[in-house]
Design a protein around this ligand. Structure first.
Ligand SMILES: C[S@@+](CC[C@H](N)C(=O)[O-])C[C@H]1O[C@@H](n2cnc3c(N)ncnc32)[C@H](O)[C@@H]1O
Length: 231
């Protein structure tokens, strides 16, 4: 069970949750770094928000978005008809095309821990010659056991909720932030630490570039990160 908000609330989250900062930074990267007439794949694309905003800035790029939540894909297809959307499980979906950029934002932690390594390998397989991948996620502090994992999830959850309230978040978005805390503690979602993810990225990519967008503290601890990955 995914326990997701509605598509409308999901799109509002970008305004009030720290995640919006990261998404806008990634938009800039893609808009600047993908070649003319390039191809971009977004795995676990949600409601298509990122691709739709990018399409406005770079109409020359062909965008493909894949997500298994049919409500989100229906929402995206109704609004953004110049983008190719597929309703599919990314663990099973295959495509012969290779892409200039492959994105996965807030997606990795929706896959069970035991699937994440193979999924990063699958992302690498979709990256074409000279291309790159961007994998972005909210991370919890590193943990040694299940109690530490739950505590680290509660800490990230509290800080996310507090930031959402400070940003003037509406009650429906605050509710979504509250739901995230339970999702993380009870492993409906599968957030991990940067320390545990870095070696996975290094297994499939020769160059791993790390960026942190929230909070404004040193890297390594909890927060929103994106990794630019090149083979
Ligand atoms: C938090 S949303 C991220 C959406 C978007 N990428 C973003 O940055 O906001 C996670 C998405 O993963 C999707 N998802 C979870 N497991 C999936 C799977 N196995 N295959 C495809 N989509 C999946 C959910 O439907 C949901 O839309």
């Amino acid at each position: 069970m995914q326990n997701l908000p509605t598509a409308e609330v999901y799109e509002k989250e970008f305004r009030y949750m720290p995640w919006g900062i990261l998404i806008h930074e990634i938009m800039d990267r893609i808009a600047e770094d993908v070649p003319q007439e390039g191809k971009v794949l977004d795995l676990l694309c949600g409601t298509g928000y990122l691709l739709s905003e990018l399409k406005k800035r770079r109409p020359d790029i062909s965008f493909v978005g894949v997500d298994m939540e049919s409500e989100f894909i229906d929402f995206a297809m109704e609004r953004y008809d110049s983008i190719e959307f597929k309703a599919a499980d990314v663990l099973k979906w295959t495509d012969d095309r290779r892409f200039d950029a492959v994105l996965c934002t807030a997606g990795l932690h929706h896959l069970p821990y035991e699937m994440q390594d193979a999924f990063v390998g699958k992302v690498a397989g979709f990256v074409g010659e000279g291309g790159f991948a961007i994998i972005a996620d909210p991370y919890i502090d590193d943990y040694a056991d299940e109690i530490e994992r739950k505590l680290a999830s509660a800490k990230l959850g509290y800080e996310y909720l507090a930031a959402t309230i400070r940003n003037g978040g509406t009650d429906d978005v605050i509710d979504a932030a509250l739901t995230l805390i339970g999702n993380d503690i009870y492993t409906v979602e599968f957030k991990t630490s940067v320390a545990k993810n870095r070696p996975v990225f290094s297994r499939y990519f020769g160059k791993v570039e790390e960026h942190k967008t929230w909070p404004e503290t040193d890297g390594g601890g909890y927060g929103d990160y994106y990794f630019i990955l090149r083979r």
